[in-house]
Ligand binder design. Structure first.
Ligand code: FAD
Length: 379
């Protein structure tokens, strides 16, 4: 099995790298952060990205997508990791868009995914209710009310929820918090009475929201997939999101590694370039090995999902565990090897650490995924 990019994927990577380095270098994220931009990214640039076909990569052609796979999307998201581009691939395309593609009716797909592929519609998946990823800890209730449902509860860390045109909300139609069965997904218009979306600021300067639902009424046509069986969709969506986030982490650690090696080759101390010290070379060599291993396992995970391999979830967990460990090691090493300036806001290196830390804790950290890998393997 060859774990290298195909010719087509290499072309996508080249185009994404050029576009993102030019249009969204790290100064772009800084501008959004420092001006407290209400969106957190440029909607005009997102539209341009969509016109390049990026927002529609994993969707079928009948909704305006490109009908490609996660491996192709991963190539773009990896490049986003290198420039810390805060664009809504994870929130709109993979999480909420993925849920609609997997569970939505033809009408729901046509109505929402076509706008998403054009870069005109933004989406968010509201599922998390606790500080850490705990997929079935869902207490938000959806009770039958007339022809539809009445939803009440509170969601945290709803990625890009503050600008979403449609929310996909996971609520409990039966069972109790912690149980996988009994969850139903609903399409909710955030402007519906009783729905309050509050932006929350994250350490990585990215966007999330707290969504409070107080007797939000929806009709039965808002149900996505089958009542009580939302976890089936969510399981697949979480695997995809975890693999795509891991691809972003590969971009982050590759960039941090390259920037650190450049610094080691340039910075002079005690009359020599600090990269000539063997102690630092050994640390750089370890970083290199970790980047290579992470890259390989993430590509395998994305392909395993695209090919619908029976043990794809296992590979996804292996990828996220490895990326979380590698990201922690490499971003800390990068910051340390930049000396005191690594700590300052003026240097970009610390911004990678902040994004990596958020990514590490999203969709399960290394311990969560080692445990999941063990369970899926039957240990
Ligand atoms: C060469 C050198 C060596 C040093 N050695 C040491 C040492 O050995 N020990 C030690 O304790 N200190 C050391 N320092 C000092 C230390 O690095 C800095 O004091 C510390 O990192 C604070 O940096 P700052 O004052 O530049 O703050 P800032 O750059 O302003 O940043 C402070 C924090 O706030 C965040 N932040 C800033 N603006 C925003 C915003 N708008 N929105 C969100 N977040 C924001 C930053 O990301 C950062 O986390 C050293 C500094 C230098 C330059």
């Amino acid at each position: 099995m060859s774990l290298v990019l195909s010719e087509e994927q290499e072309l996508i990577q080249q185009a994404a790298s050029e576009f993102l380095k030019e249009q969204t270098p790290i100064t772009h994220l800084r501008e959004m952060r420092d001006s407290e931009d209400p969106v957190g990214f440029s909607k005009a640039l997102w539209k341009e990205m969509a016109e390049l076909g990026w927002a529609g990569i994993p969707f079928s052609e009948d909704v305006g997508g490109a009908g490609l796979g996660l491996a192709e999307l991963g190539v773009i998201v990896e490049e986003c990791g290198r420039t810390l581009s805060p664009y809504p691939f994870l929130s709109s395309v993979v999480l909420a868009g993925g849920a609609i593609a997997l569970g939505g009716s033809e009408a729901q797909k046509q109505e929402i995914l076509t706008g998403l592929c054009k870069g005109e519609t933004l989406l968010a998946l509201a599922f998390q209710e606790t500080g850490r990823f705990s997929p079935w800890a869902i207490g938000t209730k959806a009770e039958k009310a007339g022809d539809g449902f009445r939803i009440s509860g509170e969601k945290l860390f709803v990625l890009d929820g503050h600008v979403a045109d449609h929310l996909v909300v996971a609520a409990r139609t039966s069972g109790s918090s912690g149980e996988e069965n009994g969850i139903t997904l609903f399409l909710v218009d955030p402007s519906t009475q009783g729905c309050t979306v509050t932006r929350s600021s994250m350490i990585d300067s990215r966007n999330a929201a707290r969504v409070a639902l107080s007797d939000v009424t929806v009709t039965s046509s808002a149900v996505l997939g089958e009542v009580d069986r939302g976890a089936e969709i969510l399981n697949a969506v979480f695997d995809r999101a975890t693999a795509i986030l891991s691809a972003e982490m590969v971009g982050i650690i590759s960039e941090v590694f390259e920037r650190t090696v450049t610094y080691l080759k340039e910075r002079e101390q005690f009359g020599v370039r600090i990269g000539t010290f063997q102690a630092l070379k050994h640390r750089a060599a370890e970083m290199f090995c970790e980047v290579e291993l992470a890259q390989a396992v993430v590509l395998d995970a994305l392909r395993a999902l695209d090919e619908d391999r029976p043990h794809a979830s296992r590979v996804v967990s292996a990828a996220k565990a490895r990326c979380s460990d590698a990201a922690s090691l490499i971003t800390c090493e990068g910051l340390q090897m930049h000396g005191g300036i690594g700590m300052t806001d003026e240097e970009d290196i610390g911004l990678f650490l902040k994004r990596a830390k958020t990514a590490e804790l999203s969709f399960g950290d290394a311990a969560f995924h080692r445990d999941r890998f063990a369970r899926l393997t039957g240990f």
